[in-house]
Design a protein. Structure first.
Length: 149
C-alpha cells in the first residue's frame, strides 16, 4: 500500500520542501509503482470514474503523489461529472505548471507538478467561477491529507 502512495522508499517525497527536483525518469521508475509511473512520467490517463478521488468529498489538501508538493485545497474541488477529480484553482501560483499538449490529434493544456514535473492531467476553460478553469486531474497521482479537527 505505501508503495502505491509513493511515501515509503521515496527519498524525494516531502510535503514541506518546494525546491524543484531534477530526477531522471530511470530513477523515478525505480521508486514509483508501475501504475503511478505510467501516469506521472509517461503521461497515461486513468479511466474515467475509476480513481479514488473523482467523487471524494473530504476536507483537506491534495498533494502530488510523486513528490509531496501541495497542489489543491478541497474547497477548490467541484463536481464536474467528467469522471476525474476537478479543481478550479491550484493552491499557489507555482504548485502547477501548464504546457501545450498536441498528443492524440488535439491541442490541450497539460498540467504538470511544479516541483517534480510529473503529469497530473489537463486544464480546460469550462470550470466554475471565480476562475472559469477546470483542472481535470488523475487520482493516482494525488495524495490527500484531511484537515486536522
Amino acid at each position: 500500500m505505501n508503495k502505491e502512495k509513493n511515501i515509503s522508499g521515496n527519498p524525494y517525497y516531502s510535503r514541506t520542501v518546494t525546491t524543484a527536483l531534477k530526477v531522471s525518469d530511470e530513477e523515478w521508475k525505480n521508486i514509483l509503482s508501475d501504475s503511478v509511473y505510467q501516469v506521472a512520467r509517461n503521461k497515461e490517463t486513468e479511466y474515467a470514474f475509476s480513481g479514488k478521488y473523482w467523487n471524494f468529498e473530504g476536507t483537506g489538501t491534495y498533494y502530488c503523489a510523486v513528490c509531496g508538493n501541495a497542489l489543491f485545497r478541497s474547497d477548490s474541488k467541484f463536481a464536474s461529472s467528467c469522471g476525474w477529480p476537478s479543481f478550479f484553482e491550484s493552491i499557489r501560483k507555482n504548485s502547477t505548471v501548464n504546457v501545450e499538449d498536441r498528443s492524440h490529434g488535439m491541442t490541450r493544456t497539460e498540467v504538470l507538478c511544479g516541483r517534480c514535473g510529473s503529469h497530473l492531467g489537463h486544464i480546460f476553460d469550462d470550470g466554475p467561477p471565480p476562475t472559469g478553469k477546470r483542472y481535470c486531474m488523475n487520482s493516482i497521482v494525488l495524495d490527500f491529507e484531511p484537515d486536522k479537527k
